[in-house]
Design a protein around this ligand. Sequence first.
Ligand SMILES: [Zn+2]
Length: 430
Amino acid sequence: MFDLLVRNTTLPDGRTGIDIAASGGKIVAVAPSIAGEAAREIDAGGLLVTPPFVDAHFHLDGTLTLGLAGKPNKSGTLAEGIRLWGETQPFLTAEGLRKRALAYCDLAVSQGLLAIRSHVDITDDSLLGVEVLAEVKAAVAPYLDVQLVAFPQMGYFSKPSMPGNFIRALDMGVDVVGGIPHLEPTDALGHLATTALCTLAAERGLMVDMHCDENDDPLSRQIETLTYETRRLGMGGRVAGSHLCSMHSMDNFFAARLIERMASAGVAAIANPIANMTLQGRIDTYPKRRGMLRAPELMAAGAAVAFGQDSVLDPWYPMGRADMLDVAHMGAHVAHMTGDDGLRACFAAVTENAARIIGLDGYGLAPGCNADFVLLQAADPADAIRLRPVRLAVVRRGKVIAETPMQTTRLALPGRPDVIDPVRSVRAAS
Ligand SMILES: [Zn+2]
């Protein structure tokens, strides 16, 4: 007797007619026509089941604060977003931070997003954000994995107390060392900050994830130092560069050499396609640059690449709905990854690649993995990115924790079907 049996699924790797059985919180079988019964059985009807979506880059302390300071981001720039975030600080309370972070986690679960790496600003010496998000992390742990990154929004050298804030935040249980070297007072100080923070992470055996080169300056090359330190400190596989927007504008020869070095050092790259398209290129007239890292080239070189959401309803981005398929959809367009292989790679960038980069245990659709998965109203990964469909069932440790009804539309047209749905109606006609 299984706890849960999902019949007749399609898997992201293309296998069809596959049943998935779960017991004791784990997947115990993945095969056609599994014999046996379950406390709950779901007929997937041939639709796609995927491991949960994973957001490798988010800000849970900033989310849903749009308008808290009473002003929108008029210029749409990163700089105005950071300024507005500063003006938002006096309005931040523990209760408000907790309420918004928990509400976002609810939304995430409804979208099958069950793991989030969230940066948390440690600029304010109170470390209020760390305190609240550590509580939220514990509260949501039964249904959603939150990983916290200590993030110096204004820079490591922005204030004398910052090195101490890092130590305190890590002692409070923050998991990952962050940074923002391109925002330090000088380029040279950016490199020094990177070295100091990588050294701190190596001493504590922690991962590193830095906001890095989030600008359109072709000569912003902090990622070069992050890559060097990764190799020097033997931290391959535990370091990520987030954004890396300048890579879009770099000289092609330099970029090619950099990509090769990143791949061989084991530095992962986390693009944030929606944020990058919103915030970058703002100083350009025409043509306007895209400001997103070179995802297909990094992937081809063997580097791990994920796409993150970064912002939802905050001073940097006034939209968003915790849907990682929105992120994959934007990434596919921005990076010209619209071929079949490209769409599959974009799907991987918000699922398995992101899980690998943040070091998520027990992830996948194989016996022995955690029984965490999502049934989508889509035929395959490309269809999922096309439709960004409802999540029919979201499963955590073998239990259904969110359900959304199948989307159908009733038509009143002469000689046409009474009811259509976005998957089967299109399939039947093509
Ligand atoms: Zn960010």
